[in-house]
Design a binder for this molecule. Structure first.
Ligand code: SAM
Length: 301
């Protein structure tokens, strides 16, 4: 926790620290929504961006960005988030339709999938994030005309602590299949918290459960410190992602799950750019080079 405070992750809400990254992703989703070749729609995203003083002046449409798509932050990086949203929307819906009716969003931030996606009947979406982030989210949602498409249960807790009690106390049933998501989360957590999360998901997941998560593979995070994505995010909106990421060695979470009997597959985002015909492709000095999206399924017995 001392370490977390030093990195600013102790800052509450979306005013700074790691919470503000939820606004960054929301702005990217707002821009994606408005694109003529949009992969995913999130009509709520721009309202979060406009409501927070930290982001009120950020663009929510590509035409508000002077260089448009050529801007490394609001062009290529935003496209990355748009693609990630689409791919994980598909994974969650596929898993829910296959019978995983509990959806657990770990580090949910300003995710509005409970409102956006056409869930099968009986689904419940648990949203875990820190209290201040969820409070901001509710303030904004309360002022909008929203229609929930699944039951929604906010679970304010810190994923660096023992969060299982908060989830089960909120009504989560460990005997029923679930689909779990850690989107844009694990690189902010200390390795021990990531391993605890993976072991906990394993322990709470009967056959038929699924998990998707995002990791960064590079051994030295600073290797890409001069990349256009990191420098533009820092200079244009003052978010120094590298100072928010946990700097310690990362665990092999995909391997750990395979060892526990899960079937896993690991993809680069570029695999999906090629599949969908839209999204970022590899480039020199690329902060996205080490990003991997991991999909895991626990077979039914
Ligand atoms: N998953 C969301 C998305 O993709 O839109 C949000 C991603 S945002 C980059 C990272 C989120 O992780 C933030 O909302 C932040 O508050 C949350 N987070 C980071 N560390 C956390 C922790 N220790 N406990 C709970 N949430 C945490």
């Amino acid at each position: 926790m001392v370490d977390a405070a030093r990195r600013g992750t102790g800052t509450e809400g979306v005013k700074g620290g790691v919470g503000i990254t939820a606004l960054l992703v929301a702005a990217a989703r707002a821009i994606e929504t408005d694109r003529h070749d949009s992969l995913a729609r999130d009509d709520y995203a721009e309202h979060f961006v406009r409501a927070a003083p930290a982001s009120a002046a950020w663009p929510v449409r590509l035409h508000e960005v002077p260089e448009g798509d050529l801007n490394p932050l609001w062009g290529r990086f935003a496209r990355y988030f748009g693609l990630r949203t689409k791919v994980l929307d598909d994974f969650l819906l596929r898993s829910a339709h296959a019978g995983a009716h509990q959806v657990v969003l770990l580090g949910a931030g300003l995710d509005t999938r409970a409102f956006r996606l056409d869930w099968p009947p009986g689904c419940v979406v648990f949203e875990i994030d820190r209290e201040g982030v969820l409070a901001f989210k509710h303030d904004v949602l309360d002022g909008l005309a929203t229609t929930r498409k699944a039951a929604r249960v906010p679970v304010p807790t810190d994923l660096r602590a023992d969060w299982v009690g908060a989830l089960t106390g909120a009504g989560f049933d460990a005997s029923a299949p679930s689909v779990w998501l850690a989107e844009g989360l694990l690189f902010y957590l200390p390795a021990a918290a990531e391993t605890y999360l993976i072991d906990t998901v394993d322990r709470l997941s009967p056959g038929g459960s699924a998990l998707a998560f995002e990791v960064k593979l590079e051994k030295d995070l600073l290797a890409y410190r001069d990349s256009p994505i990191y420098t533009s995010t820092k200079h244009q909106i003052g978010i120094d992602l590298l100072s928010l990421f946990d700097g310690g060695p990362r665990p092999d979470s995909a391997g750990r799950l395979t060892g526990k009997g899960w079937s896993t597959s690991v993809h680069t985002p570029f695999d999906f750019t090629r599949r969908h015909g839209r999204g970022p492709l590899p480039e020199q000095n690329d902060a996205l080079a080490g990003n991997r999206w991991v999909f895991a399924n626990r077979p039914r017995t």
